[in-house]
Design a binder for this molecule. Structure first.
Ligand SMILES: Nc1ncnc2c1ncn2[C@@H]1O[C@H](COP(=O)(O)OP(=O)(O)OP(=O)(O)O)[C@@H](O)[C@H]1O
Length: 363
């Protein structure tokens, strides 16, 4: 490797080993009415081989976070602080925030792929699908056009598309097929991490099902690590291994998907889950969450959810609750595995005991 930051290492990375460690990340926007603190002290780890879901209402900062992870933040946005440690396979760990433009080009696609919102519309309308694959592969790996074109049919098959799609133009494909093409492009270079921003939004129910099934298969078959960003809790329930719930620019609850849906701890997570309509169930009014998301130019004091929280207490408007591992003293009757699973749940809320400060994970 030409540069000194991306040094090779021999070790084969293991499933479950760290892939991304985000520490105290802050992303702000300069606006005419002041600084908008869209991402304000985010700390989060992503493990190799997992699907980590990022959930939260519109405007909570999901897209701002994902573009920062990819170093695609554009003015008036800027990264105001923190670090993003990335462990690319075969390379030494790197802080993505310290990479030069040239080093970033080496990392993108080869190690880090992105499916932006509406990515199916990002295909070039005047190029055949095979040529679009070849362009990406030639730019990001030492491969000839002939070799790249030979790989395309197999890549298309991996996402359940016929090899004939390679010769087609984007306008000849349905929305769902285009989305599958963009997913195949993301896996063309065997990236360590794929960040998918609302991959099922704007698709009909049939195609949503196919995309959900396919992303799950790619994790199981290829061991792909996926950050899945969507406001749709039902998609997280089906696909994610862990869910990180974002509210007003930081995480309020992170944990195993089954735990989160079975017993959501944070009142905001409870509100999100209560807002999921049940298919085929009796017609009921959704509980939802009262009020609007606060402005990132003027976050509420203390817990930012206190202005909307049904369980608000006096200290909530005064003290910021740190995101800490849940400590449940009542472990009677629980197996070792269940106790360990509980310890993996992080929650930022004054309703829960906050004993030892070494468990603090930022907020
Ligand atoms: N270019 C910008 N200039 C100023 N503020 C911005 C800009 N882009 C986003 N923001 C603000 O940052 C906050 C987070 O927005 P962001 O788009 O990251 O949220 P989101 O959770 O991804 O929402 P959605 O699901 O609607 O895409 C919002 O308050 C938004 O108004």
């Amino acid at each position: 490797m030409a540069n000194s930051t991306l040094q090779s290492v021999d070790k084969q990375p293991r499933i479950g080993s760290p892939l991304l460690e985000i520490e105290d990340l802050r992303v702000y926007y300069d606006t005419v009415s002041g600084i908008s603190k869209a991402i304000d002290s985010v700390t989060l780890n992503v493990k190799r081989g997992e699907i980590l879901g990022i959930a939260g209402e519109s405007g909570c900062g999901k897209s701002t976070l994902t573009t920062a992870l990819l170093r695609l933040t554009q003015r008036p946005g800027y990264i105001a602080g923190g670090s993003i440690r990335f462990y690319p396979s075969g390379q030494k760990p790197i802080n993505l925030l310290e990479l030069s433009g040239e080093q970033l080009r080496t990392i993108r696609w080869k190690h880090l792929s992105y499916l932006p919102q509406g990515s199916m519309n990002s295909l070039n309308p005047v190029l055949r699908i095979a040529d679009q694959f070849a362009d990406v592969m030639i730019e990001h790996s030492a491969i000839s056009k002939r070799e790249a074109l030979q790989k395309v049919p197999q890549l298309l098959q991996q996402v359940g598309l016929d090899a004939r799609v390679a010769r087609m133009f984007p306008h000849e494909l349905s929305g769902g097929m285009k989305q599958r093409v963009t997913i195949a492009m993301a896996i063309a270079l065997d990236s360590d991490l794929v960040i998918a921003d609302e991959p099922t939004t704007a698709l009909d129910v049939h195609n949503q099902r196919i995309i959900i099934q396919m992303l799950g298969e790619l994790r199981d078959r290829l061991g792909m690590t996926i950050i899945l960003v969507t406001h749709d809790m039902a998609v997280h329930a089906e696909l994610a291994d862990r869910v990180a719930v974002m509210y007003a620019g930081s995480f309020v609850e992170v944990g195993d998907v089954r735990q989160i849906f079975k017993a959501p701890r944070h009142p905001y997570t409870q509100g999100l889950i209560n807002s999921i309509p049940s298919v085929g169930g009796p017609r009921v009014r959704l509980a939802g969450i009262k009020g609007n998301t606060p402005s990132p130019r003027n976050w509420p004091s203390g817990c930012r959810f206190h202005t909307r929280c049904p369980q608000v207490m006096p200290r909530c408007s005064q003290e910021v609750p740190p995101l800490i591992a849940l400590s449940n003293p009542d472990t009677a009757g629980l197996s070792e595995a269940q106790i360990e699973q509980q310890r993996q749940i992080l929650v930022a809320c004054h309703l829960y005991p906050q004993p030892e400060m070494e468990g603090v994970h930022g907020n």
